[in-house]
Structures are given as C-alpha cells and as structure tokens.
Design a protein around this ligand. Structure first.
Ligand code: SF4
Ligand code: SF4
Length: 243
C-alpha cells in the first residue's frame, strides 16, 4: 500500500493550535510533543481515515489546517481523553479536536450528534431523545409501581423526582425511560439496598450531552447548567453523573 506524502510548503501558522494555546493553562502543552506515539497506541480512533492523534497533532503543529479540515477524523475521536492520560507531556489533543469540530459549519456536522443536541435543547429534561419532564415522571412512577407490586422484597423501593435535600442528585441516560424502561430498575435496586438518599431532577435528568460532542459552547453549557442548577435548587450535596 502506498501513502501519499504530505508536502510542507513554508512554516504556516495553525489557527487551531493558536486558539487552544489561548484557552488552556500552559497552552495545553501543544508544543511539547516528543512524537513517542503513546497517544496513538491506545486511541480507539487510530487508523480510521488514515489518521491518529500523533499525526493529527503534527499536522496542526505544521499549520496544515486545510488538510485537517478535509478529514472527518475529528468526528471519530470519542473525546475519551486516553491520549492525555498516557501522554508524558499531558498534551490536550481532545481540546484541539473540539476546536476543529467547532470550526465546521453547523449544518455540515454529523446528523446524529446534531439532531441529539437539538432534541436536548427542546425542553428542560435535556434529554437527547426529546422526552419531556412529564413523560419521564410518568414512566418512572409507572415502572416503580410495577416492580413494587411484582417483587415484594422491593415494595419500599423509591425512585424520587425533585426530592428536596437528597444527598445524591442522579442523572439518567434518556434512552432507557424512552425505549427500555426496565433498564432503569437495577440501579434503583442497588440504591435501595445500600440505603442511598437520592433523587432525579424533573429538570436536567438527561445525562448525555451531545451538544458537547457537537462542540457548541453555548448549548452544552446550557445543558450542564440546567442540570447543575436543579441539583442546587433541591439542595443536593453530591452530583452523580451516571453517563
Ligand atoms: S503521547 Fe504525547 S508526546 Fe507522545 S506522541 Fe502523543 S502527544 Fe506527543
Ligand atoms: S480523546 Fe480522541 S484522540 Fe484522544 S485517545 Fe480518545 S479518541 Fe483518541
């Protein structure tokens, strides 16, 4: 297999690199790469689209912004942050990925991520499935009642929504109440058996944040803030992010 060599013509500056250096402490260490390859070795997106995080960083360092923008690779990065974890220089490649994503026109971003973010912005649930607070409450109460009756050992189990002063504020992947409501129950059982004092919020119960993956600052802040403010309003002490 032959690979086309990338021709470097002059020392171009990278807008992506400069932006990340501006916003991160110590410039995200982007200039400190040792080219050791540790990031690429554990990256789930290595090899997709003939790209890997080390190559991506090199291309940005060389000012190859136009070539980077031609690749879909930034959307295959899972933002898992493994690369930072293993990097001896703690270089923040996902932040670089985020900034490249943010430079894409909104309408050209992947439809699945875009649609899920738009759904989450529809109401205060922040659910990527678009479920309303009322629908969530109905499903939780219905499933709880069913299990309390069917399994007498769990007749006192609770699944509170908006319980003031609860120790733990939980969020919830919104696929479960919408498509697989029985999958809600194992976690309720664990919390019941350990005697945890917990609650969902009617607002901000949707745990996923596709707007972050969409790289849309205002939207993902809105999702996060809605959830965090509900936890504060209820006086919960600990935010448990189940996603
Ligand atoms: S792990 Fe860090 S230092 Fe090594 S190649 Fe990747 S970014 Fe560079
Ligand atoms: S954050 Fe992205 S680049 Fe880093 S290891 Fe995960 S998938 Fe790879």
């Amino acid at each position: 297999m032959t690979e086309e060599a990338i021709k470097i013509e002059g020392g171009k500056k990278s807008i992506f690199m400069d932006k990340v250096k501006e916003i991160l402490p110590d410039g995200g260490n982007l200039n400190l790469c040792l080219t050791c390859g540790a990031c690429s070795s554990g990256c789930p997106a290595t090899g997709l689209g003939d790209m890997d995080p080390r190559k991506f960083l090199r291309m940005a360092a060389l000012g190859l912004d136009d070539e980077i923008l031609k690749s879909d690779w930034v959307w295959w990065c899972s933002m898992c942050q493994r690369c930072i974890y293993v990097c001896p220089m703690k270089i923040d490649i996902p932040q670089l990925v985020y900034n490249v994503r943010a430079s894409w026109p909104r309408e050209d971003r992947p439809k699945g991520i875009l649609g899920s973010c738009d759904m989450a912005l529809r109401n205060d649930s922040c659910s990527a499935m678009g479920a309303t607070p009322e629908d969530f409450q109905f499903v939780v109460e219905d499933v709880l009642e069913e299990y309390q009756e069917a399994q007498p050992e769990f007749k006192d189990m609770q699944a509170p929504i908006d319980k003031e002063g609860a120790e733990f504020f939980l969020n919830q992947n919104s696929r479960e109440p919408v498509t697989e409501p029985d999958e809600l129950v194992p976690l309720w059982k664990i919390l019941h058996l350990v005697g945890a004092d917990w609650t969902y919020g009617s607002k901000g119960w949707g745990g996923e944040n596709y707007c972050m993956f969409l790289a849309e600052d205002e939207s993902w802040e809105h999702i996060t803030r809605t959830s965090a403010e509900q936890a504060d309003t209820l006086g919960c002490k600990t935010f448990l992010n189940t996603e």
